[in-house]
Design a protein around this ligand. Structure first.
Ligand code: NOJ
Length: 566
């Protein structure tokens, strides 16, 4: 029984941000207009029409502030200016205006857990200024001369470095050039609130807060039982004071404007904290990123390994977050890709034999979930991991550190490279592939990072001209705006033990939207519960041949389909 269902269109005023889709731009790699090989703000402006055609609402820019770029801008040296590498403040203002004319808001990336060691605050502290020394976590060595704690930096090596030629050490949970800011100091918090207000005054529409849940280190720092362990992370992650400081940040800045969208990047968080960060009654954030579902190809929790991904745990984790956040009235950012992750199509599918099916089934499983979908540049045209063979072709600080560590631990060059090809953050940072011209139309110069060599086939121009991945993303985005069951429906996981198909249902006002996604090649079948059968339905979207909702549904290679049922 099939029927046209038209009554689910979104209604004015029902949702706040639920029908929005956010697109992440990695400015270094998006589009270069001055030939220096690094993307820039005029480049982003020149491609706003492309983003408008895709249909997104918000463009999140990875950091564009002055920075020595040890961590590609996540080491901020001045929070209130634009890095000349990317352009000028006037370029930024033009970008905000031009984006607004196309219905697109700009979201900035606020890196407030740490600043660059070249930031004036750190430089003044180094020069002996006591006021600024209190902006950082400075500690003496232990009595036995060892470091203040045994904590590990997330990029490898110890989390403490000598503070100039004093007897003190400063804490850096990330790179040695990224000094953690002491949020216990009210002057630090005041300065950071002021930064957020500065950009609000420039008309930005949202903020992404980098690793926001690790700002609450306890003032008295103690050794962990095992360096780098989860127990160690718990010493500085999601501590109760983080919620207080996020509420304070909210009240002092973006909480004054309900149009603004905020997302917190949460390292190793859990559902109860996720609910606290995003339940509207708590006035913290609109949504959060969590990452557990992107650790399903880690061997015993170790990123620098390369086993097959564990599909059942991928489903279990996504399901836990979907149900848990729904039950607690929280809100997820839903995503598979970003600038820190390898390309999801290379990771979870087959980009050689089924590039269209892989890309669209991954997109569909995310876009029809409960939460706000994020698209990372290049995902919408099917860009892949580049598979560079030499370590020198990789630029990322984390990758290079871990190459060294893997070799020190006895891996051969080839073994280490195989892991890096699968896991390096540079997998997603290669320049955007616009055309099949020289350097893929990204730059007229030498790109800062090599391009993937498949750009003559995989590029935006091809995608715009053919009915392929880009068009499928357009449809998914348009559907979210058209059907409130997608933006607002409840979520229920189905067939959680099915070894090859991810299945879930969205429910709203007596309607169901059943989404079936096959993560493997070949055929696979799934039994549909009776309560969804013998009701009027139609196929809302799919990437294959299946268009019948029957007792048993069979899906082909990486096939996905969604049925809307009255
Ligand atoms: C998370 C960012 O996404 C990543 O790129 C960065 O290296 C760390 N935070 C440190 O800022």
């Amino acid at each position: 029984m099939k029927l046209a269902i038209t009554l689910l269109a979104n209604q004015e005023g029902v949702s706040m941000h639920q029908d929005k889709v956010i697109y992440q731009i990695y400015p270094r790699s998006f589009k270069d207009t001055d030939g220096d090989g690094v993307g820039d703000l005029p480049g982003i402006i020149s491609e706003l029409d492309f983003l408008e055609t895709l249909g997104i609402d918000i463009a999140w820019l990875s950091p564009i502030f002055p920075s020595p770029q040890y961590d590609n801008g996540y080491d901020v040296a001045d929070y209130k200016a634009i890095n000349p590498l990317f352009g000028t403040m006037t370029d930024f203002e033009t970008l905000v205006e031009e984006a607004e004319q196309r219905g697109i808001g700009i979201m900035l990336d606020m890196v407030l857990n740490h600043c660059s060691t070249e930031h004036e605050w750190f430089q003044k502290a180094l020069a002996g200024d006591k006021y600024y020394q209190e902006f950082f976590y400075l500690r003496p060595a232990k009595e036995d001369g060892s470091l203040p704690t045994n904590w590990e930096s997330k990029f490898g090596g110890p989390a403490w470095a000598p503070f100039g030629d004093t007897d003190l050490y400063y804490l850096h949970l990330y790179d040695v050039h990224q000094a953690d800011l002491n949020w216990h100091n009210p002057n630090v918090r005041r300065e950071l609130h002021d930064v957020v207000r500065f950009w609000m005054d420039k008309g930005v529409q949202g903020f992404r807060f980098d690793v926001l849940n690790v700002i609450g280190k306890s003032e008295e720092m103690v050794d962990s039982k095992e360096p780098g362990s989860n127990e160690e992370k718990a010493l500085y992650t999601d501590t109760p004071i983080v919620h207080e400081w996020v509420q304070e940040l909210n009240q002092a800045t973006y909480g004054k404007n309900s149009e603004l969208i905020t997302v917190g990047e949460m390292s190793s968080t859990d559902v109860p904290n996720g609910i606290q960060y995003t339940n509207p009654e708590r006035n913290e954030l609109d949504m959060i990123f969590s990452f557990h579902h992107l650790k399903v190809d880690y061997e015993e929790g170790e990123k620098w390994s390369n086993p097959e991904f564990d599909f059942l745990s991928l489903k279990a984790i996504l399901n836990e977050w979907q149900e848990g956040m729904s039950d607690g009235d929280g809100w997820n950012a839903v995503f598979y890709n970003n600038h820190d992750q390898p390309r999801a199509n290379s990771r979870f599918g087959d980009v050689e034999n089924f590039p269209f099916e892989t890309a669209t089934m991954l997109a569909q499983s995310i876009h029809l979930m409960r939460g706000t979908p994020y698209i990372y540049q290049g995902e919408e045209i099917g860009m892949t991991n580049p598979m560079f063979e030499e370590i020198d072709d990789y630029d990322d600080i984390e990758t290079r550190n871990h190459y060294r560590i893997m070799i020190e631990k006895g891996k051969t060059h080839d073994e280490a490279m195989e892991i890096i090809q699968a896991k390096s953050r540079d997998n997603s940072r290669t320049p955007m592939q616009w055309t099949d011209d020289h350097q893929a139309g990204f730059t007229t110069g030498e790109p800062w990072l090599k391009l993937a060599d498949n750009y003559s086939v995989i590029n935006a121009q091809n995608e715009l001209e053919n009915d392929n991945i880009f068009k499928y993303y357009q449809k998914l985005i348009a559907l979210r705006k058209e059907y409130s069951i997608i933006s607002q429906g409840s979520y229920e996981g189905l067939a959680l033990e099915h070894p090859e198909i991810m299945a879930y249902n969205r429910h709203l006002d007596g309607h169901d939207l059943i989404v079936l996604t096959h993560y493997y090649p070949g055929e696979s079948s799934i039994e549909i519960p009776e309560r969804f059968l013998n009701r009027p339905y139609r196929r809302l979207i799919g990437n294959g041949a299946q268009n019948e909702l029957t007792e048993t549904v069979t899906l082909g290679d990486y096939e996905t389909v969604a049925f809307l049922i009255e």
